[in-house]
Ligand binder design. Sequence first.
Ligand code: ATR
Length: 287
Amino acid sequence: MMTLSGKARLAGVLGWPVSHSLSPRLHGFWLDRHGIDGAYVPLPVRPEDFLEVVRALPKAGFRGANVTVPHKEAAFALCRDHGRLSERARRVGSVNTLVFAEDGTIEGDTTDGYGFLENLRQEAPDDRWTRGRAVVLGAGGAARSVIAALLDLPGLDELVLANRTVERAEAVARDLADARIRVCALDGAQIETEKCALLVNTTAVGLKGEQALPVALDSLDPGALVTDIVYHPLITPFLAAAQTRGNAIVDGLGMLLHQARPGFAAWFGTDPQVDAALRAHVLAHAT
Ligand code: ATR
């Protein structure tokens, strides 16, 4: 790490807990690579202290911060009521990137959906997955970002949103208000995968080392690209099963790496690249 000067640019990640976050390692790699006089630090902040801390950060010279669990909705509300929101943050209802403008305005953006698409664009340059039908499993906060990003693809004709709790999927469809979204129950998703170009898992199924899959893959279109937003393990049981069937797969680590780019560019003035060296650096320390 390079020595900081008195003019060092400052940013960090607000979370509670934040000790598991890979963001300091990821931004630290880019700061080193570009020889930037700057620092990106973990900021462990309790929910009850979030507003106070965010409002103080610009006064301490910070240029901005990432926001992670459990603060994304609070960051959204803060920017809505006292700052500015990007169009996509407004649509998704959450904020993961804060930029403090010169005049002190707090600008909120959400880059998770952007990171999701950039990862697929980089790892699956054959763009067949951008057309036709996409099937998204899960309707949590992460799914909202993914779905909003997918709806920006002009070639996407249909987005099937499957969730265990159908009402939750219906709420997402209502909020994102796009005629291409069709909701179904998770156990009705298998038939929808018969003709699909893209299958995305955003559910927590398989996270805790269980081997269960969110949906059976017996009917899966052999040409479908399959991705999971979970990156621990890197190859989830879901991805492994898809790979065994011969489907192309993309793991979820790249989404984390790409979602970090807009913040880094805004705070440190350099648009960083996601490449094999960065992946290896972050992976070596992923716990
Ligand atoms: P996040 O905001 O990080 O996406 P979340 O809001 O907890 O996380 O959402 C988790 C998703 O995983 C939800 O779609 C959830 O389904 P429900 O809305 O029905 O709860 C899904 N999920 C979690 N455990 C599941 C399980 N055992 N079977 C099926 N779906 C599950």
